[in-house]
Write a protein that binds this ligand. Structure first.
Ligand code: HAM
Length: 416
């Protein structure tokens, strides 16, 4: 038996109903903050991601050469594609530009619970503003989305990657060596970071101070002891966040983020109950447009790991409403089948969801099917009632039924 490829999943109707329900909450929340949706291709020139992250990224990509000899890759995320789309087609629009996107991403990772090779992100970017207001707007929307979904147990941490970058540069680390060291700091692997830093000429004293910064976390007061403009910038972001009314996030100067394009504010949200793969959202500010051939423009954005946030909601026992069919039309005998088809067509044209037996079942079996598919009503078409232009309408939850004129069916069903 052929299975779906490793790290991918099929979403069956119940799954899709649930996913669409939550997806629409995210869309509404984004629109409410003035964001508009874009869609970019599932695959891009592989170069787009190499420019963003260096050639090492190729190991993590589904990269391939097409029949025309082009090197392509399935997108591992959607920030680089969104900025490419901005450079190609939106750069003359009034800024800041607020966009959002939803779709699948692909990473060649070792699959485990909450980590897939094909997964879905819901993300947003504000392009063309480098202000604390912009960062606050973005963080606030991420938090509002998590709240709108109904997730209860989550934590948001905010950092400023500029602080560690500046301290590393001041201590002698070159731009070239920076990503590798930052990645070790991201995972708090200080004993592995130290030899790399030592190679770059960093003194033990400077290294200890950098490790201390990376371990700095807590309330706004932890910023008191931090020199430089970044801490002042963070305080402004926090004040806008508090004004807009979202829960107070934790400050964590050790937030580095896996992707190495961030330059300013960085933030992450986690659902602790998820265990190893608990990060449900990540984002921050960056400047990528110049790299892709456009003018230099600062942006800030985030992406929610849609699959992970759904797992977290499931763990919390959240239930999404089931979609029911309005009416299931049943022919009581073979001679009224055409009439039953006529009625199902009429109901659908009237904007109701209506279904009908396709398996040539006898009435009792068809009624059973109507109840197992969860229809609100059964419309029983019988030759006797038809003589007076009527059918029987049965409420599937109460079991009550009454004769009703065919012409009155839509209003009657809608009225319930
Ligand atoms: P990221 O942190 O790499 O950031 O991914 C965002 C979210 O996608 C993660 O927090 C996680 O929930 C989810 N995710 C990542 N990999 C997987 C996977 N293999 N399986 C399931 N879920 C996964 C970005 O992608 C940036 N583009 C975010 C951003 C937007 N920054 C600025 N704008």
């Amino acid at each position: 038996m052929i299975q779906s490829p490793r790290g991918t999943r099929d979403f069956l109707p119940d799954d899709m109903e649930r996913r669409r329900f939550y997806e629409s909450i995210l869309r509404q929340t984004a629109r409410r903050s003035g964001f508009r949706e874009i869609q970019t291709p599932i695959f891009e020139e592989a170069e787009l991601f190499v420019l963003r992250s260096g050639p090492n990224i190729l190991k993590e990509l589904y990269a391939f050469r097409d029949k025309g000899g082009r090197d392509l890759a399935l997108r591992p995320e959607m920030t680089a594609p969104a900025i490419r789309a901005f450079v190609n087609g939106m750069s003359n629009e009034p800024k800041p530009i607020k966009i959002f996107y939803f779709g699948q991403c692909f990473r060649y990772e070792r699959p485990q619970s909450g980590r897939y090779r094909e997964f879905f992100q819901f993300g947003a970017e504000i392009i063309g503003a480098a202000t604390p207001e912009t960062d606050a707007e973005m963080i606030a929307m991420a938090i509002m989305m998590i709240e709108a979904l109904g997730l209860k147990d989550y934590k948001v941490r905010i950092g400023h990657i500029g602080i560690l970058r500046r301290k590393l540069a001041d201590a002698g680390v070159t731009a070239e060596k920076m990503p590798e060291i930052l990645q070790k700091l991201d995972k708090k692997l200080y004993s592995e970071a130290w030899p790399l830093m030592e190679d770059s000429g960093v003194s033990r004293e400077d290294a200890d101070s950098i490790f201390e910064t990376s371990d700095t976390a807590g309330g706004v007061e932890v910023l008191d002891g931090i020199a430089g403009d970044e801490a002042q910038y963070m305080i402004k972001v926090l004040s806008y966040l508090s004004a807009i009314g979202v829960a107070e996030p934790e400050i964590d100067l050790g937030v580095v983020r896996g992707l190495d394009y961030y330059t300013g504010i960085v933030f992450e949200a986690e659902a602790p109950a998820l265990g190893a793969e608990k990060q449900v959202c990540g984002g921050g500010s960056y400047a990528l447009s110049e790299l892709f051939g456009g003018e230099k423009v600062f942006s800030t954005g985030f992406a929610i790991g849609f699959d992970r946030v759904l797992l977290a909601l499931e763990n919390e026992g959240a239930v999404s409403p089931a979609e029911k069919t309005d009416a299931y039309v049943v022919a009581a005998s073979g001679d009224v089948k055409l009439k039953a088809f006529e009625i199902v067509g009429m109901l659908r044209r009237n904007g109701l969801s209506a279904d009908i037996d396709l398996a040539d079942r006898k009435m009792a079996k068809a009624m059973k099917h109507a109840s197992s598919v969860g229809s609100r009503f059964a419309v029983i078409v019988g030759s006797e009632e038809l003589k007076s232009g009527s059918v029987m309408l049965r409420d599937m939850s109460s079991g009550e039924q009454k004769a009703i004129k065919i012409a009155d069916l839509p209003a009657e069903i809608r009225g319930h």
